[in-house]
Ligand binder design. Structure first.
Ligand code: GUN
Ligand code: ZN
Length: 441
């Protein structure tokens, strides 16, 4: 007997979805905002969205969950994060290369232990969901166990997650290094086990040029060509010392991106973390090839790496695809509100003000575009996966007070962007199932 289709139910309240890219269209025209909206959910998908008065009569007797003083929108998409670094979030001092050696590598070395990896993955997913993050592009560690643990935990929750085994065969502790050959073989076995299972996507993950030999980057490129529906993620141009190091290690390459290009690690589905100190040639190549970059604002300020140039890279005639990312544990927060606040501040320091429409777009559909998932996640539209958050617009006394003086949607959203934390996530739905409800809600 065929399984009975999931019963339909609906969320009622202010709904917000994107019609187009607010970097190209004025904010009011780029969104669809219903003051009294309805989202109909069934079979893990969004079935209908629109003004409640119009949509409700189409579904007589439907169960409705109503939310006042709240915005209902797509769940956040974290474009770059390291779940094994959750135990070292908020570690004092050091810039990138020392920070990796002092905190990151020792923490990651423990992930050959499946039990430790699984427990950390569960905590990471709990915290992500509490913060309204429903999809992430995740770095595991070199150990295949760290990938099994993560994917098993994500799969059990029905989450749409992208992740991969870090490939690194030099300049790290022995406990973290694979080889060009084992990196390829283990990654391939993981692709065969996990890619396309449920809502999971495998991501070929060479850590960054300094920790891979050319033989390993060659193997990573071959693997991505062999499995073109997987994604690719790595780091680029985060710190000036790192860039100098790459020049020494790969003297024949025209620049940092040129190293990845040599091995075919560029193009649609490639996701380069940080991208702060890019050359004109690199910017042009990222644009031409349809590659994506992950903006990691709290990480860039916390580690002291530099200021991402949003205006030049995204708010321009030839924009590069950009996603918003926490980059925990270099990043100092699992909150997407703190992350976009930090992005706003970084932009301000360069004389550019990031409009809330643009910030929320990057944290949802922008990230989904980098991950080649923009036709199924990151927006509130019929046919999309029902990964949805309810943002409480009055989640704490200061916000409640400030909201008394609000005159429009954008101001209300900007206040959330600057003042809100995880308490503002009243509920998180994953594939139509409520996986989180704030205790007091
Ligand atoms: N570059 C290479 N690995 C890492 C990492 O784990 N975190 C950050 N922030 N940068 C990196
Ligand atoms: Zn990173």
């Amino acid at each position: 007997m065929p399984a009975a289709p999931d019963k339909l139910f609906a969320l009622r309240g202010q709904t917000l979805s994107f019609r187009s890219d607010p970097f190209r269209t004025p904010p009011d025209a780029a969104v669809s905002h219903n003051q009294d909206g309805l989202v109909v959910i069934g079979g893990g998908k969004i079935v209908d969205v629109g003004p409640a008065q119009e949509v409700l009569p189409r579904y007589p007797g439907i169960e409705v969950e109503s939310h006042s003083d709240a915005i209902i929108m797509a769940g956040f998409v974290d474009c770059h994060v390291h779940y094994p670094q959750l135990p070292v979030i908020a570690s004092y001092g050091e810039q990138l290369l020392e920070w990796l050696n002092k905190y990151t590598f020792p923490a990651e070395s423990k992930f050959g232990d499946y039990a430790h990896a699984r427990a950390t993955a569960e905590t990471f997913l709990d915290v992500s969901i509490e913060n309204g993050i429903t999809t992430s592009s995740v770095y595991c560690t070199t150990h295949p166990e760290s990938v099994d643990a993560f994917f098993e935990a994500a799969h059990a929750r029905g989450m749409c997650m992208a992740a991969g085994k870090v490939m690194m065969d030099r300049n790290g502790p022995e406990s973290l290094c694979d080889t060009a050959e084992t990196g390829y073989r283990d990654s391939k076995a993981l692709i065969e086990r996990w890619h396309g299972q449920g809502r999971l996507t495998y991501t070929v993950t060479p850590r960054f040029a300094p920790t891979s030999t050319s033989a390993q980057l060659e193997a990573a490129g071959a693997l991505w060509r062999e499995f073109p529906t997987t994604l690719m993620q790595t780091h680029i141009s985060e710190s000036i010392y790192e860039i100098e190091w790459v020049k020494e290690l790969y003297p024949e390459a025209p620049d940092y991106l040129g190293v990845y290009e040599t091995y075919g690690l560029i193009g649609r589905g490639a996701n380069f973390g940080h991208a702060i100190h890019l050359t004109e040639r690199e910017i042009a190549r990222l644009t031409e090839t349809g590659s994506g970059i992950s903006h990691c604002p709290t990480s860039n300020t916390f580690i002291g790496s530099g200021l991402f140039d949003m205006q030049a890279l995204r708010d321009c005639d030839n924009p590069i695809r950009v996603g918003m990312a926490t980059d925990v544990g270099g990043g100092s927060s699992m909150s997407m509100f703190s992350t976009i606040k930090s992005s706003y501040e970084i932009c301000q320091l360069q004389g550019y003000s990031l409009h809330p429409a643009k910030a929320f777009y990057l944290a949802t559909l922008g990230s989904a575009e980098v991950l080649r998932m923009e036709d199924r996640i990151g927006n509130l539209a019929p046919g999309y996966d029902a990964d949805i958050i309810v943002i409480d617009l009055k989640s704490k006394p200061l916000i409640d007070y400030r909201m008394r003086f609000v005159y429009d949607l954008w101001e209300a959203l900007f206040i959330q962007m600057i003042l809100a934390d995880e308490r503002a996530i009243r509920a998180t739905f994953v594939g139509g199932k409520k996986l989180h409800q704030r205790a007091s809600a």
